[in-house]
Design a binder for this molecule. Structure first.
Ligand code: 13P
Ligand code: SF4
Length: 374
């Protein structure tokens, strides 16, 4: 069914001023801070030597279909240095599916979608987690590992969804709809997670909404994911006017053009896309669900309606799938680079910190989601 209502900053006359986060900015309170535990290490040699070539040859095998050989000597010394430093520091690197192939296949220990990264973060034994993704992902890892050092190589890596809503907005929604449970997409700040009943990701959004056994649920902040969830459940959905700046730009007509040019083409899309885009897709799912769909179906030609690097990461693994690329780059994800991952491991910056009282409440919302039975 269609969503039952949609609200945004302009719908609350009594909304506190000055708290709204603008696109690309992130919260002021639970911010990254310098780590204190271990000293800065000297920058290692970043020369392309026969030894580096030998040591990184197995990694190049993984990315040879998406990184030209001429570019590898520019990346390999930094990749080698990061992998050595990881061991020296006792660190683990978590990378989202939208990280570029040299990061995703070259230095990450664990890759995945938001749900996989959150679940894996609960199992990490290393004392240091380097989060290659955006700030809300690093905050989620910190919530689940309060005693570990969680680093993000560039704390300006925000998200237009996380920036669209504050904790005060959630309190105003609760006043307007007393007793209605609130689900927050993990693409939110810890401050927002602290105000809601449970979190969800695009992998489990319908399951989370239905787990609440309520006739109506407030689902925030992504209006398009909310619309998608509403189309899959009988629960009435009240949405927030947030959107992903990457996925909202796709258009149904561009997908129709691909299909007209080649009717055999397969199209898969992320549920953060507008409804006219999802209407053209053969499959809709989270980044992990999309990857699994490609692994199982092995389509000859594929249009992946999501962030560009994911198509590269999938093609590195499945070179026989021809990718047509109407992709959009996420500028926040692209703030993470080999150079700042290396810097992060050398200096142990920037450390993600969250106010402990707020973290207790935010952690509860994330853990409720993780503990949901399948
Ligand atoms: P996934 O949970 O599907 O990986 O999505 C996260 C995200 O930010 C998509 O834009
Ligand atoms: Fe946020 Fe969209 Fe970037 Fe995902 S792709 S991190 S939802 S801005």
């Amino acid at each position: 069914m269609p969503i039952a209502g949609i609200y945004g900053p302009d719908d609350f006359a009594n909304r506190p001023q000055g708290q709204h986060q603008h696109e690309g900015q992130i919260t002021a309170s639970p911010r990254a801070a310098p780590a204190r535990t271990k000293p800065t290490l000297p920058t290692p040699s970043l020369e392309w030597t026969p030894e580096v070539a030998r040591a990184t040859a197995p990694l190049y095998e993984r990315v040879k279909h998406v990184i030209p050989p001429i570019e590898w000597p520019l990346m390999a010394p930094t990749i080698q240095a990061i992998n050595e430093l990881k061991r020296a520091r006792g660190a683990v690197i978590l990378a989202h599916n939208y990280q570029s192939p040299e990061i995703f296949h070259g230095v990450a220990d664990i890759g995945g979608d938001s749900l996989q990264l959150a679940v894996e973060a609960t199992k990490v034994e290393a004392g240091i987690i380097v989060q290659c993704g955006v700030h809300f992902m690093a905050e989620t890892s910190k919530l689940l590992n309060p005693d570990k050092t969680v680093l993000i190589p560039d704390s300006r890596a925000g998200c237009s969804l996380a920036a669209s809503i504050t904790g005060a907005d959630v309190r105003l929604l609760r006043e307007k709809f007393p007793g209605v449970p609130v689900v927050a997409y993990v693409n939110t700040s810890a401050e927002v997670k602290a105000e809601v009943d449970i979190c969800c990701t695009s992998s489990n959004a319908v399951q989370v909404v239905e787990s609440l056994i309520a006739p109506t649920v407030i689902f925030l902040p992504d209006r398009y994911l909310a619309t998608y969830v509403a189309s899959k459940t009988d629960v009435k959905i009240i949405a927030w006017k947030g959107a992903c700046e990457v996925h909202e730009r796709f258009k149904g007509e561009e997908l129709r053009a691909f299909r007209e040019a080649d009717p055999s083409v397969q199209i898969i899309a992320h549920p953060e896309c507008p409804p006219d885009v999802l209407a053209e897709a053969d499959f809709t799912g989270s980044t992990a669900h999309m990857i699994n769909w490609v692994r199982e179906r092995r389509p000859r030609r594929l249009v992946m309606i999501t962030e560009c690097s994911m198509a590269d990461n999938v093609r590195a693994e499945l070179p026989d799938v021809e990718m047509l690329r109407p992709c959009n780059l996420c500028p926040h994800m692209k703030r993470i680079t080999l150079a700042n991952i290396l810097e992060s491991l050398l200096t142990l910056r920037e450390e993600v910190t969250i106010d402990p009282a707020l973290a207790v409440r935010a952690r509860r919302s994330v853990e409720r989601m993780i503990n949901l039975k399948n």
